[in-house]
Design a protein around this ligand. Structure first.
Ligand code: ATP
Ligand code: MG
Length: 537
């Protein structure tokens, strides 16, 4: 070897040394080293053949070849580990130098057949680690028709140790990366399960319909899609909205609820979008509005169907532009919130009626969730009642022994126009009436419940319930049956009739208070008062 060649090799060894120290990206390091070895030995091809112990085969994870096509074929190739020059180096554990491959009996021709190249000479150096030989470093075809010499072998031997370590590290790193990815996936699934268990735990629901609701909630939690929650009054729409928010990635962010039915138009606008001081009477200072207050979290638009048309247009603009213009201001402000909304009306029908903008409807209802009424999931009544008894007992600091089966029987037979909220109010009232240590029985329940008409002939009230039942407004035969037992005071019977009548009117008017009041020819406040008295809300 000439002095200049020596100098060249020294430089390359030096570069390799630097690369081992500096290249932290293992995926880059080994290919770099292989390419440098090829360069140092002035060869056409260099590759690492790694041993697949299970199949006793070599494969070519790292190839540096002057012909890209050959490199591509090699990358896909597998060869028997006990054949060829590489196989011989593996078995002997010693480096080999072959000057005339084509005439060497150990030569394995299939590789040439596959690649279309012609192998003339080879150096093969085993890659030995503490755990045995992991493969072979091979360099092929010295350029210029020359052969490799023992100095070349020495050079490769010198780098083979570092190459082995780099490959082992790269493998370990890959293993770590893939187990990290597996762990991360497992953690996120567990976290979601946990979130569901913990965050949706306050929502009682056991039947298939509620199972659907839980699934939809999970999907909604996994994204920031706009959700419309529909369902009758008191079915738990707000509970669902809060559950979705808490289980979502922004769960720690604010959840700001606005009741669109509770505020007159002008106040609603400033409530939502904020206002500048002095922009209207009473605007004493700047207000950010809920859209800005909820930055990074959720704005919950409750009773969204009640939003006046002008506000609907403004809301649409917010959703489209993701910015608000505060009242009294002319500059839009960017907002970053998720919109969840709820309604106890059929919003699609409101669109058809012309009361709700279609474009806004499609924006809000990107992901609709319908919460079923309590009468369609009676299997939850007993569970809800027990939970509410425990909660109320806690609040009233009263020891309550539970609920009597005959009371459960009555709860199961009632139709619950006010849904879960009405059930909770009923239980609250019962617990307030009960004495320390009592079991909640039929006599703790309100007359409306005790007088509930049977839903169907199969579920007639038990004799116990019938004795306590009040006369039904719809069923004269029922009255005569009950008359034999006890006669109620007229005032109580009248109240009972009124409660049922109002509850039916509410149902027929989609639980819209204004429309029901109109239908009953009484004022809205008067209706609200009665609904309160009869626990219809
Ligand atoms: N599945 C449920 N499990 C436990 N509690 C529930 C459930 N559904 C509703 N509730 C309780 O019933 C009450 C009413 O629920 P919520 O306010 O979420 O109903 P809503 O559908 O928003 O009613 P509205 O249409 O009148 O606004 C709350 O006290 C809530 O905690
Ligand atoms: Mg609500």
């Amino acid at each position: 070897m000439t002095d200049s060649a020596d100098g060249e090799r020294f430089r390359l060894l030096y570069e390799l040394g630097c690369a081992f120290v500096a290249k932290t990206d293992l995926a880059e390091l080994v290919p770099f080293v292989i390419a440098k070895c090829r360069e140092a030995l002035n060869a056409e091809s260099a590759s690492v053949l790694l041993l697949d112990r299970e199949r006793n085969e070599f494969y070519f994870p790292y190839v540096s070849d002057e012909n890209a096509k050959v490199a591509g074929v090699l990358a896909q190739l597998r060869v028997p580990a006990d054949r060829g020059i590489a196989g011989a180096a593996l078995i002997s554990g010693k480096p080999l130098i072959v000057a005339d491959a084509q005439n060497d009996p150990r030569f394995y021709r299939n590789v040439d057949t596959e690649t279309g190249a012609v192998t003339r000479n080879i150096i093969a150096v085993p890659l030995t680690s503490g755990r045995g030989i992991i493969g072979v470093l091979e360099v092929l075809n010295r350029r210029g028709g020359l052969s490799f010499d023992p100095d070349d072998v020495a050079l490769l031997e010198a780098v083979s140790g570092s190459v082995t370590i780099a490959i082992e590290n790269a493998r370990l790193y890959e293993q770590l990366r893939s187990s990290e990815a597996t762990l991360l996936t497992q953690v996120s699934v567990l976290r979601r399960d946990l979130a569901r268990d913990r965050r949706f735990a306050e929502i009682v629901g056991s039947g298939p319909e509620m199972e659907d609701v839980f699934h939809l909630m999970e999907s909604a939690s996994a994204s920031f899609i706009t959700v419309l929650i529909e369902g009758e009054t008191g079915t738990g729409k707000e509970l669902v909205a809060r559950g979705i928010h808490r289980a979502s990635a922004r769960g720690e962010g604010p959840f700001v609820a606005v009741n669109c039915a509770a505020l007159p138009e002008t106040l609603l606008e400033s409530e939502l979008f904020g206002h500048r001081r002095g922009s209207f009477t009473g605007a004493l200072r700047d207000s950010p509005g809920v859209f800005r207050a909820a930055a990074g979290g959720v704005v919950f638009l409750d009773e969204v169907a009640e939003m006046p048309p002008r506000m609907q247009a403004k809301l649409l603009r917010v959703l489209e532009q993701e910015e608000v213009i505060p009242v009294g201001d002319s500059f839009p402000v960017k907002v970053d919130v998720r919109i969840l909304s709820a309604t106890n009306r059929d919003l699609k029908q409101e669109v058809e009626r012309g009361a709700f903008r279609e474009d806004l409807y499609y924006r809000l209802s990107a992901f609709p969730i319908r919460v079923p009424p309590l009468r369609d999931r009676r299997e939850d009544i007993a569970l809800l009642a027990s939970r509410f008894v425990a909660n109320a007992a806690d609040r009233h600091q009263k020891r309550i022994a539970g609920i009597d089966p005959s009371a459960i029987d009555l709860l199961m037979k009632f139709d619950w126009p006010g849904n879960v909220r009405q059930l909770r109010n009923e239980i609250d009232r019962a617990v307030a009436l009960a004495h320390e240590g009592d079991t909640i029985g039929p006599y703790h329940l309100s007359p409306t419940l005790r007088g509930a008409p049977a839903r169907s002939p199969i579920t007639r009230p038990s004799s116990n319930a019938r004795a306590l039942a009040a006369p039904s407004d719809t069923d004269a035969a029922n009255f005569s049956a009950n008359a034999a037992a006890t006669i109620q005071p007229l005032r109580e019977a009248r109240s009972e009739f009124e409660a049922k009548y109002i509850s039916e009117a509410l149902r027929r008017n989609g639980f819209n208070v204004s429309r029901t009041a109109e239908a009953l020819s009484i004022s809205r406040p008067a209706l609200q008062e009665k609904m309160k008295t009869y626990h219809l809300r």
